[in-house]
Structure formats: structure tokens, C-alpha cells
Design a protein. Structure first.
Length: 177
């Protein structure tokens, strides 16, 4: 089991982060998917997470959605939030992210990644700051640097972004328009 960062150490590590990569199911949602009789997929996203995602982009943080599943519900929500980098449909999240790093001119060390499941272990091992939501799979929890206090889909992403703001002495309320 990897030693976990204290909150102060977490804030210090956040200072070097230029890209926040987020898994979707179990991180931005509570790990539930609803299917209608015609096959339509619905997901429940946390409004505060989305609000803080918008504020973080205003403050200059790059965001990327990194999901093994292709979902139109995810595409719709990220379009609503103006998230530019929506990467879906590959089990190997490291290879999915690599072209984006070239495009943005950053390294894996400058990424914080939030995941929740064993599929996220490989990318968590490559990034500069690996984070699991509170209700993550134990196998991922063993491998990450930090664990949120909040569960996925229940404010965990807001919590991480608030820490990024704190690392830069940014007040979220100053980002309102």
C-alpha cells in the first residue's frame, strides 16, 4: 500500500498541476447508469462538481475527461460545461491521454488524475498526482497518493478543484461572472 499524502502535502503537490484528468462513472457520477426501454442512457452528474469545473477552466486549469466507456450522456454534459478534451472508448487510459499531452505541451508529471476503479490503476501510476474518490475500489486506493473525503458523484471533484484553488491562493467566488 502506498503512503497517502496529508492535506498540506496534497496542496503542495497541486501547485505543479496543469491538467486535471477525470474518470466519469464513479467520479463525476455516483457509478449509476439508467437505461430507458429504447436504450437511451441517462447519468446523474453532481452540479457543484460541474460548477467548479467551469470555474477551474476560467482560472486556467486544463480539464480532460478520460473514460473507458463511450457515452452520449457524457458528451452532452461536457458540452454543457465547455470541457474541450473528452476522451472516451479505450481501456488503456495512458495511451488515450498521451496525444493530449503532446498537444498541450505538458508531461504526465503535470497531471492530477481522479479515478475510482481498477481500470484507473495504470493511469494513476503514470501521473504526477493520483487521486481516488472515497468510495473507490480498494485495489486503486492502495495505489494512489490521495483519497478524497467525498464519494464519487457527491462533490469529490469539487473537493479536488478547491484544493487546486487553495494551492494557488485563488478564491472561487472571484471567478464568478
Amino acid at each position: 500500500m502506498k503512503d497517502k499524502l496529508s492535506y498540506d502535502e496534497f496542496i503542495e503537490r497541486m501547485k505543479s498541476i496543469k491538467l486535471l484528468a477525470l474518470d466519469v462513472d464513479g467520479v463525476l457520477t455516483d457509478d449509476s447508469i439508467f437505461f430507458g426501454p429504447d436504450g437511451a442512457e441517462f447519468k446523474k452528474f453532481n452540479i457543484s462538481d460541474g460548477f467548479f469545473m467551469v470555474l477551474s477552466m476560467r482560472a486556467g486549469l486544463e480539464l480532460a475527461i478520460v473514460s473507458g466507456r463511450v457515452s452520449q450522456a457524457t458528451v452532452s454534459r461536457m458540452k454543457d460545461l465547455n470541457v474541450k478534451h473528452v476522451l472516451q472508448g479505450h481501456q488503456d487510459k495512458v495511451e488515450m491521454v498521451r496525444p493530449l499531452l503532446d498537444e498541450l505541451g505538458i508531461s504526465f508529471e503535470q497531471i492530477a488524475f481522479v479515478g475510482n476503479e481498477i481500470l484507473d490503476i495504470k493511469l494513476a501510476g503514470e501521473v504526477g498526482l493520483s487521486i481516488a474518490v472515497a468510495d473507490s475500489a480498494p485495489e486503486l486506493v492502495d495505489k494512489v497518493d490521495y483519497i478524497t473525503e467525498n464519494d464519487g458523484g457527491r462533490g469529490a471533484v469539487r473537493e479536488v478543484i478547491q484544493a487546486w484553488f487553495e494551492s494557488r491562493d485563488i478564491k472561487a467566488e472571484n471567478l464568478l461572472v
